[in-house]
Design a protein around this ligand. Structure first.
Ligand code: HEM
Length: 461
């Protein structure tokens, strides 16, 4: 019997569009109903808003990949993120996006990943030292810890310095405020009900965004000016790679504001998602001692107590599969929204120009007809031939097509390392009576945190 983590029980029947909206405001997972996990395509219609939810693999492929130009990113999602991310690669479309992608791709090439590994290891080591300070068997909020370590990793990868001191703390706090408010701005936009956005929320979000951008700009400015003046490179970090990037069409570099946009986006996309997935991975491991012991044994065989190297990550098959299975059950980006650039048909239904088309990994990866035991935590399924088809058709935690996640390899490397270091030193157990409650916000998080007990391996051996 595999462990099946709890998640919001879907309603029996579809709610009215309005009720759906109000449920989604709390958490969009609450707006789902039983058929959402079986249907090929669903629809929601409100005055001035048509939304289609596509689950059918062929249709998903058409929207995200084959006809990606006909389904650009919906501006509705980007609106809420605009004050922070400006015109970043995450929200732009067309030629502007293509130029940014061409300029940013090299910063994520394999060679850069090898450069990033020691940075990941140093930040993970700091996390392990923080944990050493806790009494053995202590109850700890893993969500907070994973947010800290992943933010630290992406910060060091961008700027070559650890995230510490009062400025870093201020930025961290401002990001947390921004993230908490973002869904309250995003959902009304998505449902065409902007009038439901509280001016207080909009103001708070803009204020947090200004604060974060100000702090980032103050870090970027001296490096940007030095680079312009032709001074030697201060490091081999992502900021340096972005400053050296040139538009293949005209040789132009990123301007200062655009650079701040990309860095802000990278900081957000680079830690919020990984932190969410790593937290759920710990929850799953704590509730399946069999898988946890096997993963611990794998780490001890492949690495033991020596310092982990980039090349070791490839040998950690089970640890990697634990993370892949976590991304299936708790995809951090639970849904993405596109817009139909022109009128078209989907499953023989007419779709008007401007309609919103939603693809939800949360639904597709738990789809009743596409997976066996869809709600069960079974990392071994990735080693089975029987799952090949499900994986090929219905597994897309990093998206698909030209807009596929730029940091997927980075995230996999970082997660495998963090989980390996945790597993070799600690045995994770669930806290009796504490059941994390998944909620769909900017990413899939727990409404009540993820508290686990950490037992030191030597102490319990
Ligand atoms: C487990 C961790 C992560 C997950 C699940 C994830 C997921 C995603 C998904 C689903 C998209 C596409 C969204 C869409 O099509 O609308 C995306 C885009 C993106 N991600 Fe990630 N991501 C993760 C980590 C990262 C990291 C660590 C970075 C950077 C270091 C990153 C950078 C980006 C960027 C730049 C894009 C925009 C690509 C484009 O539009 O061309 N992500 N991510």
């Amino acid at each position: 019997m595999h462990f099946c983590p709890a998640y919001p029980k879907p309603r029996k029947n579809k709610a009215s569009a309005l009720l759906m909206f109000f449920s989604a405001r709390r958490s969009w997972l609450d707006a789902l109903y039983e058929r959402s996990y079986r249907m090929q395509m669903g629809e929601v219609h409100l005055p001035g808003m048509d939304m289609y939810m596509v689950n059918e693999p062929a249709l998903v492929k058409r929207v995200l990949s084959e006809e990606a130009d006909a389904f650009p990113k919906s501006p509705l999602m980007g609106e809420a993120l605009q004050p922070l991310l400006g015109d970043s690669i995450f929200t732009t479309n067309g030629a502007q996006w293509k130029r940014q992608r061409d300029m940013m791709d090299p910063a994520f090439a394999q060679a850069r990943l090898n450069v990033a590994f020691p940075v990941m290891r140093a930040a993970t080591q700091d996390m392990m030292e923080r944990l050493e300070g806790l009494p053995d068997g202590t109850e700890h909020d893993l969500e907070e810890e994973m947010t800290h370590v992943t933010a630290d990793i992406i910060f060091r990868t961008i700027f070559s310095v650890p995230m510490e001191g009062s400025d870093a703390r201020r930025m961290f706090e401002a990001f947390a405020r921004f993230q908490a408010i973002a869904p309250r701005l995003m959902l009304p936009s998505l449902f065409g009900m902007r009038w439901l956005v509280w001016p207080w929320d909009a103001w708070q979000s803009r204020r947090a965004a200004r604060e974060i951008r100000g702090l980032l700009a103050s870090l970027i400015r001296p490096r940007f000016d030095a680079h312009r003046e032709g001074q030697p490179a201060a490091g081999t970090d992502i900021l340096q790679a972005f400053m050296e990037a040139r538009d293949p069409a005209n040789g132009m570099a990123f301007g200062f504001e655009e650079l701040v946009d990309q860095v802000a986006m990278l900081f957000l996309a680079g830690h919020e998602t990984s932190a969410s997935a790593l937290t759920w991975a710990c929850h799953l491991l704590a509730n399946d001692s069999g898988v946890q012991e096997r993963a611990h044994a794998e780490v001890m065989t492949q690495i033991g107590w020596r310092e982990a190297q980039a090349g070791d990550m490839k040998a950690l098959d089970l640890v990697r599969n634990v993370f892949r299975e976590t991304l299936r059950l708790f995809p951090p980006v639970g849904f993405f929204a596109r817009q139909s650039a022109s009128a078209c048909t989907m499953r023989k239904k007419p779709v008007r120009e401007g309609a919103t088309v939603v693809v939800a990994p949360w639904l597709i990866q738990r789809h009743r007809d596409l997976w066996t035991e869809p709600d069960a935590f079974n990392p071994d399924r990735y080693a089975e031939d029987a799952s090949r088809e499900s994986l090929r058709q219905a597994y897309l935690p990093f998206g698909m097509g030209p807009r596929v996640c730029l940091g997927a390899a980075f995230a996999l490397q970082e997660a495998t390392l963090i989980l390996a270091c945790l597993l070799r030193r600690y045995r994770l157990t669930a806290v009796p009576g504490h059941e994390p409650r998944p909620v769909g916000r900017l990413t899939i998080r727990s409404a009540n945190g993820v508290r686990l007990q950490l037992h030191r391996r030597e102490a319990t051996a």
